[in-house]
Structure formats: C-alpha cells, structure tokens
Unconditional design. Structure first.
Length: 96
C-alpha cells in the first residue's frame, strides 16, 4: 500500500492532475432489509490551488458556515484562520 504524507498529497495536487471526489448524503439505515439508503455523486475534475488570500479566506469561511452554521463565532474563525493560514492549502476543483 502506498501512503502519502500531507506534504506529498499537496505536491501531487499542485501538478494539476485529474481527481475524483465522492460525496455521500442523506444516509439512512434500513435495519429490516440490512441495507443503507443514500444519495451520492461523483465529481471528476482538475484541482487548482487557491493562492489569492481573499479567495482562500472566503472559501474557508463558507466551509465553516456549512458545517458549523451561519451563526458561528466570527472572532473564533478570524483567530483560527490567522494562526493557520500560512500552512493551510486550499484547492478548488474545476469540473470536467
């Protein structure tokens, strides 16, 4: 099995290779039929590193809003982003 460190994954993605992303949502366990019901989608595209600091910050704010909620403490986001922005690498995927 080939294992990648985070550093190697970032270098690999920076080469603008093709990637796929599988998103699964609305998972429901059906115990009676011993199965799962879910919705999923597979996205194919090319990764592009977001270098622009304003775009990178906005992208991470949207992720926080999505998973924490619209009323997440902005002060916490600002402090955390300031402490991690130098090591944070963000990619967008251009769909093919």
């Amino acid at each position: 099995m080939n294992t990648f460190s985070k550093k190697n994954v970032v270098k690999y993605l920076q080469k603008n290779v093709k990637v796929s992303l599988n998103i699964v949502d609305a998972v429901k366990l059906d115990k009676d039929n011993f199965t799962l019901h879910y919705k999923s989608i597979i996205i194919h595209g090319k990764p592009k590193e977001i270098i622009d600091e304003v775009t990178k910050r906005k992208s991470m704010a949207l992720v926080c809003e999505k998973y924490i909620g619209e009323d997440y403490p902005i002060e916490h986001f600002q402090r955390t982003y300031k402490n991690t922005s130098e090591v944070l690498t963000v990619f967008e995927i251009s769909l093919e």
